[in-house]
Design a protein around this ligand. Structure first.
Ligand SMILES: [Zn+2]
Length: 88
């Protein structure tokens, strides 16, 4: 199994955001383990226990164990519970 990065987005409730400006809608960045299928799809829940069904998969592969599990440009949205779980 591998870690995949999942992006939790806020609901779009108005015209506040410019189309395509996904960064402004990030609620949190979570980690999920892949399932055992050949495609390595994200499991049903994130590491912190949230459903992944409403989240967007981020195609990012961490460069190594000493590198952050999520893209550096999104580190300010890092889910603290996922981060803690991944460190243990
Ligand atoms: Zn999380």
């Amino acid at each position: 199994m591998a870690i995949v990065v999942m992006r939790e987005l806020r609901e779009e409730t108005s015209q506040d955001h410019a189309p395509g400006d996904a960064l402004s809608r990030i609620e949190a960045m979570h980690a999920a383990m892949t399932d055992t299928s050949p495609h390595g799809l994200p499991g049903d829940e994130t590491v912190c226990g949230k459903p992944t069904a409403d989240m967007e998969r981020v195609h990012y592969q961490s460069a190594g164990a000493d590198v952050s599990w999520l893209p550096p440009s999104t580190s300010r949205w890092e889910c603290p519970r996922c981060a803690e779980a991944l460190q243990s």
